[in-house]
Each structure stands twice: as C-alpha cells, then as structure tokens.
Design a protein around this ligand. Sequence first.
Ligand code: ADP
Ligand code: MG
Length: 336
Amino acid sequence: MSLGEFELIEQYFRRPAEVRRAARGDVPLGIGDDAAVLAPPPGRHLVAALDTLVEGHHFVPGSPPESIAHRALAVNLSDLAAMGAEPAWFLLSLTLPRADETFLERFARGLLDLAETHQVALVGGDTTAGPLAIAVQALGTIAPDVALTRSGGRAGDLVFVSGTPGESAGGLRLVLDADAGAHLDAGQRRRLIDRFHFPTPRVALGQALVGIASACVDVSDGLADDAGRLARFSGCGLRIDVERLPHSAELVALAGEAGARRLVLTGGEDCELCFTVPRERAAELAARLDNVKCQVTCIGELTGEGGLQLHDHGVPVQIDTAGYDHFARPGSSGKT
Ligand code: ADP
Ligand code: MG
C-alpha cells in the first residue's frame, strides 16, 4: 500500500481526542499501542459480537463506502441490541485491495458517524491488503443474568417485530436491477435504498426490553427464518398473523401487496428486532416503549406446537418463506 498502515489509521480513524474523550471515559488506552485497555463498569458483564462483510457476498461491489462501513458496524450493534446490551467499544479489521484515499475518507465517515450516534468508541483493529472485506467486533456491557436470549420464549407469549422489515431487501432489489421500480417516485426509491444502505440498529429498543422480553433475536436472515429460530430455540411453535405485519407503503408500491408481504417475511439485513413478551405484560411493554422512538408491531404468538404457521385473519395460508439469497453463486451462501 502506498499509504502506510499507521498513517492510514492516524489520518482516517482517529477523530480528535476531545471528540473521543467526550464520547467515552472508559478507554484508558485506545488505538496506537499493541492492544487497547478498556474499563468496563464494575459488576457488569461483557457482551461480544463479531460479523464479517465480504464484497460480493455481503455487499454489492461498488457500494457507497459510507454504506459498507455503516452496515459493518450496524449489524454488530444489532447483535448487541438483540442481547439487550449497551454497546461501548468496537474493533475493526479492514482488508483493502489498495489504500484508496477517497474510499477511506468516505468509509471512515460512515463508520464514525454511526459510532458517534451510539457513543461507541473505535479502540483498535487491524489493516491488511487483500480482497475488500470488513470485520467488526463490537463489545458492550450488561447487568449480570439479564441478557435477552433466543431461548426464553414460552407458548402463549406475544411475538413482536420492530420497524418495517423487508424494506432493506426492497432497496437491494432497486440497487441490483436498474429497471426495477421504474414506477416509483424519487422519494419512494430513496426511502427503500436508504433502508438498505443505512439500516438502523435498534440499540435503545434492545436495552428497553431487558426485564420484560422473554426472548429476542435480530432479523438478519428474514423475519420468518429468524422468528422461527427464536421459536425453535424456545422449544415452541410460532403463529404469524400476516394481516398484522408492519406495512410499508413504499414496499407495497415496489412489489404489490403480496410481493411486499413476502419481502417482509423473507427479506434480510434489516437490523430489526423480533422478540416475545408474556401476554400479561403487554401493557407494561407499551409504557416502556414510550421513550423509544421505534415502531413495534405485534405479529403473532408462540404456540405449543412445532413449526411456523401463517394465518390471514385467522385462516391458515401458505406463503413460501424460504429466505432468498441475493448474492447466490456456486459455493457461497451469501448469508452472514
Ligand atoms: P500490531 O502489529 O501490534 O498488530 P498494528 O500495526 O496492526 O499493530 O496496529 C497498530 C495500532 O493501530 C493498534 O493499536 C491497532 O489496534 C490499531 N489499528 C490497526 N488497524 C486498525 C483499524 N483498521 N482500525 C482501528 N485501529 C486499527
Ligand atoms: Mg495488526
């Protein structure tokens, strides 16, 4: 690389010390030494997650660098959110074909903007030459024994989902196919493409669910798959009432009612949370959500029987919910 590793990090990944100090006081030693020193609050447990994004598998070649960076951090923050953790720090492994300064400048902006939004500090990483790939390890903390898991749901618990899943997959369709959605207006296109490039990790929601949700999972492989996973881990079945699924006008404009419904159930990479709450605590949930600016929709319930059942106004329906793989190619699953 023309630009040395050290210069690269200095130049692009270290915002001024005042900004970093204002953000967090729990990084006695950050970027620059052999390893970072972190000071978790006494009595809290660490929560760790790592996700890797490889060009052509997890993001479209030629994606805006801000989006690649945003998504690499967002999926990790979403994993921590699904545990109910408070995110604190992250490390970045960056594999670059060459030190392209425009790319780096834009990548760092996307990364540090999202980091600042959630007050998480970049405390270290690694930089190597090779095919474009980004791995982020996120670290957060949580009180002992309260982390949300996939396995705590019970038959009768209500199932909820945040936001409007499916929009990210709709946006991807527009990004991949220049002819798709020709009838959409500019605002509709922008909304869907933005949801793909810049999904919102539900960090505040995850923390608000601690102590009330019985189980939680983040929606990365599609709502049907991930909700089904939560149900299976909880030893339950799952009924989704499809008429209650969150409705995105933009998604319906793109794909029609039936197509939108299928995208809601199967589209991945939304960074939404799917969680369960005991029925008798639903009112308490509503009160807690007053302080969280995020739409939450009840979409069904855990059942005693195994498997996923889809109902439309109480009538069982068949919808193919196999999550589809946008980057499918021989030898790659494309999924994270
Ligand atoms: P080492 O040879 O000990 O692994 P490096 O030269 O790889 O050290 O890294 C020097 C410092 O820069 C370390 O503190 C490391 O955490 C940090 N660093 C390297 N790459 C990145 C990156 N992509 N993002 C943030 N910090 C990085
Ligand atoms: Mg290194």
